[in-house]
Design a protein around this ligand. Structure first.
Ligand code: FES
Ligand code: FE2
Length: 462
């Protein structure tokens, strides 16, 4: 079986392409449309990064599998006989056929539908029809197993994989800000990720879908209809009290914050009191809870998130494309499908401690929020699509996108614990940070070079 995938740093002409300068907050439209740049993104971002695969509760038993992607490489995430989670390229080593066609399920082995080569749960080739008669026994099965990811690891049950053996550990990759983001899903303790990932394709560049998750400027306008029918509480968005955390390698959190005063009131509550408030219906909570509809984090989560992170109530993005949303109860992957198409996946993250009533209410809220039938992403998708398409014209592509809001006008505050955040109003700091890190990923030939040249998490004026 091959050791792992071997990314070629110069594949796809990476050395020759022009990576636009984004440091002035002006984004050249080619970043959304250039097919050559897109190929390099697949190579130098997706094949290099730790990519989210699935949660442990989606594949609890031996033989359980879930299909996902690393860039455009389709992979099978499968639990082996001994409980180990494997991530294997979903492509037969004979003629490349996709082995597994179902999105999830349970199996004893993977049998290719073309000529019948059969692979075990660990990817080993365990059967070749006609091995003696047709191959005359002149094939070494051990050489033709499925190609595994270089490394697989999990953060508190959330599995990730990387194709690059030089990648840092998942823990280090996430860093402080990425870990705060992951912890935001654990506000109520252990979770289960429900079956039924919602999937749809939007004809936009994947980065437009990513940078929008930090964008609290569009909410009042794009989602006006959701507000008018009473689904969105615009006052609760608090555009004037926002927090941004910028993490190394491109992770970031941006959006509303819990103020210090509010946090002090929450800290005065016991876990039992917090739980009682969390169990109130949405309409009731704002009357008693100082943070309106946001989850009141448990003592354990508070400790893991740190004194600053616990007040970040906005949207985390785990670079490159994992968005954690909806009070930590939805996760979305923005999967690239060419420069002008993005497949959007929505996972539902349900706290195990929720009562049946809370579950029902959470599911209803989730289905109405994001996903193909949600009120919010339909508004967004149309805008992202038009923003992408308008980069194709020979005249329009000469005019960059403006991402300069609040540039040079805010200060990074450093807590005594070392956690950093910008406390401000609506801004575009996290968007600019995302593109700055994106450019660094593209310029670096490999992990050692990226680790040497990446920007440190900013301090001072930003
Ligand atoms: S392509 Fe899979 S067995 Fe031939
Ligand atoms: Fe939106």
């Amino acid at each position: 079986m091959p050791d792992h995938v071997q990314p070629d740093p110069d594949a796809d002409g990476a050395a020759e392409i022009r990576i636009p300068d984004v440091s002035d907050g002006l984004i050249d439209r080619s970043v959304y449309t250039d097919p050559a740049l897109y190929r390099v993104e697949l190579q130098r971002i997706f094949a290099r990064a730790w990519n989210f695969m699935c949660h442990e509760t989606q594949i609890p038993n031996a033989g359980d599998y879930f299909i996902n992607y690393i860039g455009e490489d389709q992979v099978i995430v499968v639990r082996g006989e001994d409980g180990t989670v494997h991530v294997l390229m979903n492509t037969c080593r004979h003629r490349g056929n996709a082995l597994c066609r179902a999105e999830l399920g349970n199996t004893k082995a993977f049998v290719c539908s073309y000529h019948g080569w059969t692979y075990g749960l660990d990817g080993k080739l365990i059967g070749i029809p006609g091995k003696a008669d047709f191959y005359r026994d002149r094939i070494d099965q051990a050489d033709w197993g499925l190609v595994p990811a270089a490394r697989v690891d999990h953060y508190k049950g959330f599995y990730f994989a990387t194709l690059d053996p030089q990648a840092p550990s998942l823990f280090d990759y996430l860093g402080d800000v990425g870990r705060v983001g992951m912890e935001s899903m654990l506000a109520y303790g252990d979770v289960v990720v429900l079956d039924g990932v919602q999937k749809n394709v939007i004809d936009c560049n994947w980065k437009i879908a990513v940078d929008n998750l930090f964008d609290w400027y569009h909410v009042k306008v794009s989602h006006n209809s959701a507000s008018r029918v009473g689904f969105l509480n615009q006052a609760a968005m608090m555009p004037m009290t926002q927090m941004v955390m910028l993490g190394e390698l491109g992770h970031a959190i941006g959006g509303p914050m819990v103020t210090r005063e509010e946090q002090a009131k929450i800290d005065a509550l016991s876990d039992e009191e917090r739980l009682a408030i969390d169990r109130l219906p949405d309409a009731e909570r704002p009357k008693v809870a100082p943070t309106l509809r946001r989850p009141l984090r448990s003592t354990a989560t508070k400790a893991a998130m740190g004194p600053v992170g616990v007040r970040a109530s906005g949207h985390p993005n785990i670079f490159p494309n994992l968005w954690i949303s909806t009070r930590g109860m939805q996760m979305s992957l923005r999967l690239p499908r060419g420069p002008a198409a993005t497949e959007i996946w929505w996972f539902t993250v349900m706290p195990k401690s929720f009562t049946p009533e809370q579950r029902r209410a959470a599911k209803k809220f989730i289905i109405h929020s994001f996903g193909p039938a949600g009120l919010l992403e339909q508004d967004d998708g149309e805008n992202w699509s038009q923003s992408t398409m308008a980069g194709r014209g020979v005249a329009s592509r000469r005019y960059p996108h403006n991402m300069q809001m609040a540039m040079g006008q805010d200060e990074v505050m450093v807590d005594a614990t070392g956690q950093k955040a910008i406390e401000t109003r609506v801004n575009e700091h996290a968007q600019r940070w995302t593109y700055r890190c994106w450019a660094e990923w593209l310029r670096a030939r490999d992990w050692p070079e990226l680790m040497q040249t990446r920007s440190p998490s900013p301090t001072g004026r930003v």
